[in-house]
Design a protein around this ligand. Structure first.
Ligand code: PMT
Length: 401
């Protein structure tokens, strides 16, 4: 998404300026073209040379340093910006932006930019919470700018509070989301995608449960890629790995919780993906107190959980339903059986006996089955890449229908 996008990064004078070096590196790694503008105060915290080396571009610091007679540099920079990121954004720069003050290279360029702006405030908690700063932030939001909420944690002042600049990867995620939101040409624009991920937990007592090895990685990759393709994504998750940015996240525990949430969003969904490993059974009794060790044997009676995918298949209207098949043998036979029995439009079969595929791995290797179509085998690659292939094939099938 950020490939070849022209990002103008404004670094203003706060202690978090040092994190802007890593942010620049991550933008460059994502394929963006980064031009950096620094205020005088920012240069007291970090050298322009560092940013020049990392961005492989000249760093702008002075409005009157006009090297090229053909252009006015701050206007040229403003006009050739696809995305603006102000990180860290000090209370002073936020106040200038909110009030149209243009008295240095950063503020004049910011006033001239029409491209979307992502503002990343970072400052002392009391400065952040001051009504003047809060009202300036509200004003900027009313102008259409996006504010990334600061993190709470240990501040440079030596105490805990809100005001820390979020980690650079979160800023990259927020920048990506901002561009996705505004790109009308993406193939899943205005489509609703709901995804179930992770291994459900079935309680036995307050401290014990039945679960499986699913990490949620496959479902989270699908959520991130669907979001990058422009979809409005709802991720129903039984996993505890870090939530992807820019998706509606719903945490669940048991199969029945997951079913309730999936059905809540099913009616309006365009694509539904069951990447979760749902417990087929649950304990018939759930003790409200910790079960004590007593006899040598303990019998646990299990009862069947609902089959979420099959239930949705039965009630299918316009939804495109994608299920997974976690198998250790006879992949084709079992996947085809699930495709028909659960009335899915696609079954993604993975051989979970392989070390680099299926549960908990960062990679996967799958075969895609669809009614009346030849199976498509996808060789071992990262779960993000597999997710992209799955969605690309689903979009093609939907468009051909
Ligand atoms: O989470 P990771 O660590 O990244 O691992 C990924 C994965 C291996 C969990 C994933 O790729 C995968 O295969 N998910 C489906 C696992 C599974 O439960 O497969 P199954 O063959 O038992 O079920 C078939 C389909 O029915 C699945 O889409 C499943 O979500 C669904 N199902 C199963 C049981 C049930 N009660 N309700 C269901 O909806």
């Amino acid at each position: 998404m950020l490939h070849n996008k022209r990002i103008t990064l404004f670094i203003t004078g706060g202690i978090a300026s040092y994190k802007a070096a890593e942010l620049t590196r991550q933008f460059i790694k994502a394929g963006a073209v980064v031009r950096v503008v620094m205020t005088d105060n920012a240069q007291k915290f970090i050298s322009p040379l560092t940013l020049q080396v990392l961005s492989k571009n000249k760093v702008y610091t002075d409005t009157f340093d006009e090297q090229d007679a053909e252009v006015v540099s701050h206007i040229h920079l403003a006009d050739s910006t696809d995305l603006t990121v102000i990180a860290p954004a000090t209370a002073n720069m936020i106040a200038k932006m909110a009030n149209g003050i243009a008295d240095d290279m950063s503020s004049t360029t910011l006033l001239a930019i029409t491209a979307p702006k992502l503002i990343v405030p970072a400052m002392n908690v009391n400065m952040l919470e001051h009504p003047a700063t809060q009202s300036n932030l509200k004003k900027l939001q009313s102008y259409g700018d996006t504010i990334l909420d600061p993190d709470t944690g240990f501040l440079a002042e030596g105490y805990e509070g809100k005001g820390r600049m979020p980690d650079p990867y979160k800023i990259v995620e927020a920048a990506t989301s901002l561009l996705i939101e505004r790109d009308e040409s993406l193939p899943l624009k205005n489509k609703k995608v709901i995804i179930a991920a992770g291994g459900t937990k079935e309680r036995i007592d307050p401290v014990r449960y039945i679960t499986n090895d699913s990490s949620g990685k496959m479902g989270y990759s699908l959520a991130t890629v669907a979001r990058n393709l422009g979809a409005q994504v709802t991720l129903v998750s039984a996993s505890s790995i870090e939530q992807p940015f820019g998706v509606t996240f719903i945490a669940v525990e048991s199969a029945r919780d997951m079913q309730e949430q999936m059905l809540k969003h099913y009616e309006t969904a365009d694509i539904v993906i069951m990447a979760a490993a749902v417990s087929d059974y649950r304990s018939k009794e759930q003790s409200t107190q910790k079960i004590k060790k007593s006899s040598d044997d303990l019998e646990l009676v299990l009862e069947k959980n609902p089959d979420i995918l099959a239930g949705m298949g039965k009630d299918k209207k316009r939804q495109f339903l994608i299920g997974f098949a976690a198998e250790t043998n006879d992949l084709e036979k079992y996947a085809m059986d699930k495709l028909v029995r659960k009335k899915a439009d696609m079954i993604v079969a993975n051989d979970v006996s392989k070390q680099d595929a299926g549960f908990n791995a960062d990679t996967n290797e799958v075969i895609i089955f669809q009614p009346d179509r030849e199976p498509i085998a996808i060789d071992l690659k990262s779960k993000d890449e597999i997710a992209f292939d799955i969605l690309k094939i689903a979009i093609k099938t939907i468009n051909e229908k």
